[in-house]
Design a protein around this ligand. Structure first.
Ligand SMILES: [Zn+2]
Length: 94
């Protein structure tokens, strides 16, 4: 890549080693990685926060749960009926 072979990469690493010293190289690499990560998160937008919406409370243990959860995460109490994924059969027309 970029027409660089192993000798060139080693030479660049050696120059960087001489310039920054052995102690600072890990910091520089870390900063580079952070910069790349920031760049990517800027490209793709901020990482999505898990939707922690304060919903209803579990009738059994009283812990709050997400409004769309079917079972309580703490005690496993069923909070509501599961959504049917099939539509009810159409009424018969005579
Ligand atoms: Zn519960």
């Amino acid at each position: 890549m970029f027409g660089l072979g192993m000798p060139e990469l080693l030479a660049i690493l050696g120059v960087a080693f001489l310039l920054f010293g052995a102690k600072r190289l890990p910091d520089i690499a870390r900063g580079l990685g952070k910069g790349i990560r920031d760049f990517q998160s800027a490209l793709h937008g901020p990482p999505e926060q898990p939707a922690i919406t304060v919903g209803a409370k579990c009738p059994k243990c009283g812990k709050e749960h997400a409004p769309d959860s079917i079972f309580c995460a703490s005690c496993g109490q069923k909070l509501r009926e599961e959504q049917k994924d099939t539509a009810p059969p159409p009424p018969k027309v005579n």
